[in-house]
Design a protein around this ligand. Structure first.
Ligand code: A3P
Length: 287
């Protein structure tokens, strides 16, 4: 099957039709934010699931129940996806936690009026590509990636779900300065998770003891988080996510692209990256 059969076009990007609908997109367009909402924003495969574990643990003061009672798609729901309208999000107590894969320009009017808190997680695009390539092989609601070289071209051209990584990151880096946005990278979290949790807690204005921070960081280590059945997608039927092909918690490292991309693919990637990112001054952890 082709992109046209798997994806629906929306505001210039593809969305997987199995998990988005015109109703859910309308719901998001009309959604009313609160100033103390916390929105995790990511390009797919950049650390969304990781942040869906860290943020509830921080806001709950380290309570394990915050990540053991609800599946991550209910605990920090994607506002654009089909389940959002049926979760009674209007009735949830503050601070509500959401996630989205939308570009900045795709956000709904209330987002720009209310300016909730945003945590923007970024990851080396070569690792995003690598993770995404394996994910497309195991998720039946995504188009088959085909040969790696072909998928690489599509990824660099933005002909993949949620469009171009370059457009996504630039849209959020260029967001209006009045928004309260914390930028953090997957690589910083890999390098020092305790420090990352400390900084996220500060951003969320949640004061936590060092011991609690330590416990949260430990719980969110790849090997520990992978055991959480409310986060590891193990309840999703094999027809939808075949984790015998590739686990959702696959490797959880920085730099795995070196095991996938050939020298000429790396050169191609780098030349596109240099061109598309030439005006970006942000100093990324992977550069
Ligand atoms: P890999 O496929 O490279 O292993 P997302 O949640 O945005 O879809 O991103 C998924 C990626 O984040 C996967 O990368 C997954 O293994 C990784 N990941 C999830 N939780 C993690 C954790 N606690 N530590 C490190 N990586 C994690």
């Amino acid at each position: 099957m082709t992109e046209a059969e798997f994806y629906m076009p929306y505001k210039g990007v593809y969305l997987p039709s199995a998990i988005h609908s015109s109703e859910s997109l309308k719901y998001y367009e009309e959604f009313t934010f609160r100033p103390d909402d916390i929105v995790t924003v990511t390009y797919p495969k950049s650390g969304t699931t990781w942040m869906k574990e860290i943020v509830p643990l921080i806001t709950s003061g380290g309570d394990p129940k915050s990540v053991e009672t609800l599946h991550n798609w209910d605990r920090v729901p994607f506002l654009e996806e089909v389940q959002a309208p049926i979760l009674n999000l209007e009735e949830r107590p503050s601070p509500r936690m959401f996630s989205t894969h939308f570009h900045y320009s795709m956000m709904p009017p209330s987002f720009f009026e209310v300016k909730p808190k945003v945590i923007y997680v970024m990851r080396n695009p070569k690792d995003v590509f690598t993770s995404s390539f394996h994910y497309h092989e195991m998720a039946s609601f995504l188009v088959n990636p085909g040969p790696k070289g072909e998928f690489l071209r599509k990824f660099l051209d933005g002909k993949v779900m949620f469009g171009s990584w370059f457009d996504h990151i630039k849209s959020w880096l260029n967001a209006d300065g009045k928004h309260s946005i914390m930028y953090i990278s997957y690589e910083e979290m890999i390098m020092d998770l305790k420090d990352s949790v400390t900084r996220i807690a500060q951003f969320l204005e949640k004061s936590l003891d060092a011991e609690v921070i330590e416990k949260i960081a430990d719980r969110c280590l790849f090997k520990n988080m992978k055991q959480n059945n409310m986060s590891n997608y193990s309840v999703v039927p094999r027809e939808i996510m075949d984790q015998t092909k590739s686990e959702f918690f696959r490797k959880g490292i920085a730099g795995d692209w070196k095991n996938l991309l050939t020298a000429s693919e790396t050169e191609y990637f780098d030349s596109v990256y240099r061109d598309k990112m030439k005006d970006v001054t942000y100093k990324f952890a992977w550069d």
